[in-house]
Design a protein around this ligand. Structure first.
Ligand SMILES: C[S@@+](CC[C@H](N)C(=O)[O-])C[C@H]1O[C@@H](n2cnc3c(N)ncnc32)[C@H](O)[C@@H]1O
Ligand code: SF4
Length: 366
């Protein structure tokens, strides 16, 4: 039974120059109608797939509306989704987590209140930086005033909200970005959760030559982790921090390798029992399927286990390398990369940052 559903809304007011997600600026109102048709047809295709795999969508523990900029969908979106779920007999559990991504400058009070009425009870605000210099460099369409207007609204509401930030921004060294000061300001609005992603861009990114070096990024990342954990947040995944008990249930499902349904152009879903991943095409409501081998699933579980504070038993993955594994984990401990031992090991913040090199070390055992 699938209890988590992701829905991708692929429209934005403006396309930020660093962004690699599937999205576009709608040309006219017909684009939205076409998107609604796309969702309707893809729900039909998804039902067929689930039937063939002997699966079904149960009462949802989580519905995540991501994008793109789903807050632009407004009242019309809330009405559409309500009807869309009801017509298919898909329902939300009474205690389900319903998350809406919101961008400053891309929402209205009426639009949001229709989402609350529908059942949305969590938002993720795309803040990225609280410094106007960096908002401009990032090519964000909204102003710093829009950001504060959004924060005031959420800070004064009872809605549980998370904020997204980005680290490793271009010109960080030149302008001496002060992430601690930005975090201090953001915490005054009382978010329950923060996600901080290190900017990843291809070589043709306009400010590629101005990205900070590894040393700067390490310092910034460790500073963020120290600052937030000292203030009661749990660093529960590489890029995510939450007040105790307020971790994103939706993302935890991904990090457990649980089944997650997905709809919308470019969205990816996973059926754990069938080890089947499917990805929606962007131009028509069809998906591509990838069936994973047992080894691929085990490798993903290892990687996902190391990404969260749940940690992992490395011994069970590398039983034939017991001695070398013990020595490796000891070396990691000495470098401050992990806590625990080979029977149960959890990365520290520094370990999270050096995740790829931990994985390389593990595969060097063979
Ligand atoms: C799916 S995006 C959409 C969020 C929303 N539309 C916005 O712009 O704020 C979710 C988050 O991914 C992060 N992100 C987007 N592009 C990124 C990139 N190139 N590298 C790292 N993180 C990125 C941002 O923090 C963003 O808030
Ligand atoms: S608003 Fe968000 S999804 Fe849209 S282009 Fe910018 S970063 Fe990407």
């Amino acid at each position: 039974v699938i209890e988590y559903l992701y829905l991708h809304f692929p429209f934005c007011r403006h396309l930020c120059n660093y962004c690699d997600f599937y999205k576009k600026v709608p040309k006219d109102t017909r684009e939205l109608e076409r998107y609604h048709q796309y969702l309707t047809q893809s729900a039909f295709e998804l039902d067929k797939l689930l039937l063939a795999e002997n699966e079904k969508l149960g009462e949802l523990k989580s519905l995540y509306l991501g994008g793109g900029t789903p807050s632009l969908w407004g009242s019309e979106g809330a009405r559409f989704i309500q009807k869309f779920l009801a017509e298919r007999g898909w329902s939300l559990r009474a205690d389900s987590e319903v998350t809406l991504e919101v961008n400053p400058g891309s929402w209205t009070v009426q639009g949001l209140s229709d989402w609350w009425e529908f059942g949305a009870n969590r938002t993720s605000l795309g803040i990225q930086s609280l410094d106007a210099t960096f908002l401009k460099l990032l090519d964000r369409v909204h102003s710093l005033a829009d950001v504060y207007e959004t924060l005031e609204y959420f800070g004064n509401s009872k809605i549980n909200f998370s904020v997204d930030f980005m680290l490793g921004l271009p010109y960080s060294e030149k302008h001496q970005r002060n992430i601690g000061a930005e975090l201090e300001r953001i915490l005054s609005f009382n978010p329950s959760h923060l996600s901080l992603y290190i900017l990843k861009v291809p070589k043709h990114y306009p400010h590629f030559s101005q990205l900070p070096d590894d040393e700067w990024i390490e310092h910034e990342y460790l500073e963020v982790s120290r600052y937030l954990t000292e203030r009661g947040f749990i660093h529960y995944e590489v890029s995510n921090f939450a007040k105790p008990g307020l971790e994103s249930q939706h993302n935890l499902a991904y990090w457990r390798n649980d089944s997650v349904g997905a709809l919308g152009p470019s969205a990816t879903g996973y059926l754990a029992k069938s080890k089947l991943r499917y990805k929606w095409k962007t131009e028509k409501p069809e998906f591509e399927v990838e069936r994973l081998t047992h080894e691929q699933v085990e490798l993903e579980k290892l990687y996902l286990g190391l990404r969260t504070n749940r940690g992992i038993s490395l011994e069970s993955y590398f039983p034939e390398h017991e001695l070398a594994l013990g020595q490796l984990v000891e070396r990691w401990q000495n470098r401050g990369l992990v806590l625990g031992d080979k029977t149960h090991c959890t990365p520290t913040a520094k370990g999270f940052l050096l995740m790829d090199s931990l994985m390389d070390d593990l595969f060097g055992l063979n």
